[in-house]
Design a protein around this ligand. Sequence first.
Ligand code: SF4
Length: 374
Amino acid sequence: MASATRYDVTREQLSDLLAGTPRYRVDQVWSGLYSRLGEPESWTDLPKPLRSDLARLLPGALTPVTESISDRGDTVKFLWELEGGSRIETVLMLYRDRATVCISSQAGCAMGCGFCATGQAGFTRHLTPGEIIEQVVRATERARALDRRVSNVVFMGMGEPLANEAAVWTAVERIHGDLGLSARHITISTVGIIPGIRALAARPLPVNLAVSLHAADDALRDELVPINRRYPIDDLVAACREYLGVRNRRISFEWAMIDGVNDRDSDARELAAICRRLRPAAHVNLIPLNPTPGYPTRGSSLKRVHEFRDELERLGANATVRQNRGTDIHAACGQLAAGQPVAVGGSRTRAGERQSAAEAASTGGDGEQLGCDP
Ligand code: SF4
């Protein structure tokens, strides 16, 4: 269990930590943490002894390891080390009209989606609220240095957020209430943990829900997203409908397009049927599969992605092809592994049979690649 760090403490805990410090000073410290940002040493409106105390009492959670910038300069991937040595990644994506931070909620992931580098590396531990919040703070500092403002936060990095729902929700409340981001600009992505979706529906803020669907029939989804064996598609869609009933927000379905596996016309028909059950609130995001070492099967060609989108729309479902972001620095959807070794082998072929590790390694992966973009 990680110990409490700078952004783990509540306002009340901060008052206790700084017992004897005047109330207005405690307020200044809180404002330093959530408005000024940076290191306590730089908050020069505070007396020097207090700044020294803060550096000792409120250690940061994230030790920078590397920072990678995409060729176009619009995507920054941060690799952090946590207490205990686990590593996680955070991605800042700069668009013309907005800046989005993609954050991790766990070190590793237990969900085992075969095409995802995080899943291939296995689960290490849940992140604390402070470790989650600090990712947004550090990315915000980076954005400010570029004269930009973070406008969106997406829980689409490493880990399954709804397997760590309590910590994720504490972080959401702080990102909303103290960092000042609208809940409507916060998206929680899940692979389909139904109790987590229900927990989210009972929470008071209207965050966006994104469901990583990837297949619209149970046999294929069991294979691509193993948690489907516990929470099959029909039950998942029913939980999405309940969420919509409470939240009155749009649900997005994420669909990593895999050549010959889930990009067939029959897949479009099944997916469109699911969307019609949730009409008009469901929206499909199409993302050609990004290559990872443990799943060399190709992403669909851009031509096929657009044909698939057109077919969905013809069948009455709303769909968007997502922009390519950060693949040159392994910052795109499903590519975050934080430098962990991933298992290479036993991958899916175009026809859906298993292939040997040697065959898999020779298959390569050069599909069109898109990043995670809400
Ligand atoms: S796709 Fe998401 S849920 Fe699945 S293994 Fe990767 S991080 Fe975990």
